[in-house]
Design a protein around this ligand. Structure first.
Ligand code: 0O2
Length: 249
C-alpha cells in the first residue's frame, strides 16, 4: 500500500475509534430507558397481575453503520451533526401481545418527567404502503456523567408479536433481494401484514372478553365473601389491620 493509502487507512481507523467513544453515551441512555421499562414491567405485573411486555431488545448502531447512514443521508461528517441528524444510534424494541398494550406502554413512558418525545410515528394507525406496522418514538433522555449532562436521542419501537414477526421476515427478504423485492413477494407480504393485523384484532377481542369474565368472577367472589356471616367486630378488626397496608375503596 502506498503512503496515501496508509494515511487514508489511519484516518479511517481514527474516525471509527472516535465514533466508538461517541456512542458510549448512547449506551448509557439505552441503559436508563431499559431500567425505566423494567420498572414499568415489574410494577405493572404486581399491580395488575399481568405483563404487557413480551420481549424487549436493544441495540447500538455500529460505527460502520453510522458511517453508512452519514453517507446515505448526505450528512456533514462531524459529531454534532451526527448527533442531531441520526436519532436511532440507540434503539430499543418492545414486543407486546396486544395493540392496546402498545399505547399503554408509550403513554407510561411519554409522561415521565425526564423523557421528552421529539418525534412520534404511528405506523399502526397509518401503516406503511408495504404493510409495515409499529409505533416509533424518538425520545430525548438526559444522561448524567462525571463532568456534564448530555441529552441523548433513543429510538423506541413498540409493536405486537405479530407485527414483529412480519417485520423481521420482511427485513430478511428486503436484504436478501438487495432492497428490490419481487412484485409477487411484495403482494404476498402485504396480504400477510393484513392477516397479522386481523389476528391482532381477534386476539385483542378474545383478551377483552376473558378479562371481562375474570372481573365478573372476582366480583362474585367478593360477593361470596361479603355474604359470609362474619361477626361485625371481627370484620372491623380485619379491615383495621388491612387498612394499614392497603387503601380500601
Ligand atoms: P435498522 O437496521 O432496523 O436500524 P431514518 O432512516 O431512521 O432516519 P425513516 O426511515 O423515516 O428515517 O425512519 P422510520 O420510518 O422511523 O424507520 C426507522 C426504522 O424502522 C428502520 O430502521 C427499521 O428498523 C424500521 N422500519 C421502518 N420501515 C420498515 C419496513 O418497511 N420494514 C421493516 N422491516 N422495518 C422498517 P433502519 O435504520 O432502516 O434499520
Amino acid at each position: 500500500m502506498n503512503q496515501a493509502g496508509q494515511n487514508y487507512l489511519t484516518q479511517f481507523k481514527e474516525a471509527i475509534n472516535e465514533l466508538t467513544r461517541f456512542t458510549m453515551v448512547y449506551k448509557f441512555a439505552m441503559d436508563e430507558l431499559n431500567t425505566k421499562i423494567n420498572i414499568l414491567k415489574e410494577e405493572f405485573q404486581y399491580v395488575h397481575d399481568y405483563n404487557p411486555i413480551e420481549h424487549c431488545n436493544s441495540r447500538l448502531k455500529s460505527p460502520e453503520s453510522i458511517l453508512q447512514k452519514v453517507i446515505r443521508k448526505n450528512i456533514d461528517f462531524s459529531l454534532p451533526s451526527i448527533k442531531e441528524n441520526i436519532k436511532d444510534i440507540a434503539g430499543i424494541r418492545i414486543s407486546c401481545s396486544f395493540i392496546n398494550d402498545i399505547y399503554r406502554i408509550s403513554e407510561m413512558i411519554e409522561k415521565q418527567k425526564d423523557v421528552e418525545v421529539v418525534e412520534r410515528k404511528d405506523y399502526i394507525k397509518n401503516p406503511k404502503p408495504n404493510g409495515y406496522q409499529s409505533l416509533h418514538l424518538i425520545l430525548k433522555i438526559p444522561v448524567f456523567m462525571s463532568d456534564r449532562e448530555e441529552d441523548v436521542y433513543v429510538e423506541l419501537q413498540i409493536r405486537t408479536i405479530a407485527m414483529d414477526f412480519w417485520a423481521s421476515l420482511e427485513h430478511k427478504i428486503f436484504y436478501k433481494y438487495n432492497k428490490e423485492i419481487p412484485e409477487r413477494l411484495t403482494k404476498d407480504l402485504k396480504e400477510a401484514a393484513l392477516s397479522a393485523a386481523e389476528l391482532d384484532r381477534k386476539m385483542e377481542s378474545i383478551h377483552r372478553e376473558v378479562n371481562h369474565l375474570k372481573k365478573v368472577n372476582e366480583d362474585s367472589d367478593l360477593g361470596d365473601l361479603l355474604s359470609l356471616d362474619i361477626p361485625k367486630n371481627m370484620m372491623q378488626s380485619i379491615l383495621k389491620d388491612l387498612s394499614g397496608s392497603i387503601k380500601l375503596p
